[in-house]
Ligand binder design. Structure first.
Ligand code: ATP
Length: 515
């Protein structure tokens, strides 16, 4: 199955099993806006909780806030978003489709990267353990040729972006003979800058005085509250402020499902440090964040760091954590060293001091900032696309297929399904009594409809890690069967031990301790 087909299947699975619906569907939807269904909201909340625990509860020098979406519009002038938060856009004159010029170039570079990856794969298959990847990458003529091409494109692109040379970007697209991915046409317009912020009116007077922006990132709510939080939480630099909240961007090229949305959620943390120590903290948070991702147990080869070629107007170092989504390696999280740019600009524009008095140095300064910024919706897609599996099963000489979401158990929307083997003989009543007790500890689902095999498949499809089956023996020996989603193995346990056993299985304590 091609990656594209696999992605289509994941999208329909999300709809069929109550994870993600297109927004306003009965009115034909709204481009790049989505709603989360009953299972989706549970998964989303569980991801948020895991992030919050790992960032705020586990680090005694990180605290949280929840700032408003609407802010004084001067904030966006100060932060540089009014003037600089632009994407370079280009239209195809034949297909009338609009693209981000930088993404067209990135996708072109990705083709050379894919060629290199393919050559490495071939080498591994041919030479097995003897294969020295480093040496191959440093000496193989094909690899060197492709790498040289990548470096040349990136270099040219960087110069254009640094000089805001939009004509140069168009020339690069033309020279590389990049075609419209949908129509194949190379008939392009010039490249233009397009500001991504949505605006609205606060007062009833429709003039610029009441113009507000929907925040395009949650970070600014943290910067403008820096001193409020520092003083009230009695934190000393270095310390961090974390926030989870909605952000809005008028993404023109919005495809790829919930990967690029107009309304999305970010989980951000700004870590305030002494000037001059920011590189140490940048490395520290890069490591912490990649460990958080890897703690979920998905294939480690699907993650990589990607250093930014063009740094944002506020950064002196920046890297993305990229994940191998069904459409290739793409950013899921950014780690940025933002210098004192934001606090410095807010001092300048507000006229208020945003300094920290460092008792150890006996001096005041504007702290430097290292931020970690992850998109919750992209993280959701990462979890779903890594968990979605179609397995062929052999049983009693027959082949069948099961679709299963192997979501890490502590993130699963439904943790336990309580299933009486049959409805009669008092099994339903017994199962319901167990459900009534368990629902105060876990998110449980009770299901008595259809044959047990079909019920297991339904739970597999939504990713329930444990099915609890109550059978005739349960009435006599007060035990029941736990069926494990991934291995499909079954284990008999005492009803009295169930809560403790399941709490152990679903605990994140040990995972958090290893981060
Ligand atoms: P991209 O290059 O993909 O547009 P970005 O570099 O502009 O992303 P940041 O400004 O660093 O993204 O935002 C931090 C995180 O917010 C990203 O890593 C991503 O996970 C998430 N994010 C950004 N834009 C969107 C969007 N339109 N839809 C969903 N998530 C987004």
């Amino acid at each position: 199955m091609s990656q594209q087909d696999n992605f289509k299947d994941i999208i329909s699975h999300c709809k069929e099993y109550g994870y993600v619906f297109p927004s306003s569907e009965i009115y034909d939807g709204l481009a790049a806006v989505y709603d989360y269904g009953p299972n989706g909201v549970e998964l989303k909340n569980n991801i948020k909780n895991y992030w919050w625990k790992a960032m705020v509860h586990v680090n005694e020098n990180v605290v949280g806030i929840d700032s408003a979406i609407f802010m004084n519009p001067k904030i966006w002038k100060a932060s540089g978003h009014v003037d600089n938060f632009n994407d370079p856009l280009i239209d195809n004159k034949d297909s009338k489709k609009r693209y981000r010029a930088d993404v067209l170039i990135e996708d072109h570079v990705a083709k050379y990267e894919a060629k290199i990856a393919k050559d490495v794969e071939k080498g591994k298959n041919r030479f097995g353990d003897q294969f020295d990847v480093e040496q191959f990458l440093a000496t193989n003529p094909n690899v060197l040729r492709n790498q040289a091409k990548i470096d040349e494109i990136n270099q040219r692109f960087k110069i254009c972006m640094d000089n805001e040379d939009l004509a140069g970007i168009k020339a690069l697209i033309v020279d590389l003979e990049i075609a419209d991915p949908e129509s194949g046409s190379k008939n392009w317009t010039d490249v233009r800058q397009f500001n991504l912020m949505f605006s609205t009116q606060m007062s009833s007077v429709a003039d610029d005085a009441g113009k507000l922006f929907l925040r395009p990132e949650t970070a600014q709510g943290i910067f403008v509250n820096f001193l409020n939080v520092q003083k009230t939480s009695r934190q000393k630099v270095p310390f961090g402020i974390a926030q989870i909240g909605k952000a809005f961007r008028n993404e023109i090229v919005a495809r790829q499902f919930i990967f690029r949305m107009k309304e999305f959620e970010q989980m951000e943390m700004q870590f305030f440090v002494r000037p001059g120590t920011e590189m140490e903290w940048y490395e520290h948070w890069k490591e912490k964040r990649i460990n958080w991702h890897k703690s979920l147990g998905f294939d480690a080869n699907n993650y990589r760091f990607h250093d930014h070629i063009k740094l944002a107007h506020y950064a002196n170092a920046a890297a993305d954590i990229e994940f191998n989504f069904p459409f290739g390696f793409k950013e899921v999280e950014g780690i940025h060293s933002r210098t004192d740019f934001d606090l410095g600009r807010h001092e300048e524009h507000s006229g208020k001091k945003l300094r920290y008095f460092d008792p150890e140095l006996n001096e005041s300064y504007v702290p430097y900032v290292v931020e970690t910024s992850i998109g919750l919706d992209r993280m959701f897609l990462l979890v779903l696309s890594s968990s979605y599996q179609v397995e062929q099963l052999e049983q009693d000489g027959k082949t069948s297929e099961r679709v299963v979401l192997k979501i890490p158990s502590f993130l699963a929307p439904v943790q336990l399904a309580i299933l009486p083997l049959v409805k009669r003989d008092g099994l339903a009543e017994k199962a319901m009594a167990i459900f009534e007790d368990l629902k105060y500890h876990f998110n449980c689902q009770y299901d008595e409809k259809d044959a047990i095999g079909r019920r297991y498949r339904r739970q597999d499809a939504i990713g329930t890690p444990y099915c609890i089956t109550i059978d005739h023996d349960s009435l006599n020996d007060d035990s029941l069967t736990v069926r494990y989603r991934d291995s499909m193995e079954q284990k008999r346990i005492k009803i009295s031990e169930l809560v403790d056993e399941m709490k152990k299985e679903l605990s994140v304590e040990n995972i958090l301790k290893q981060l």
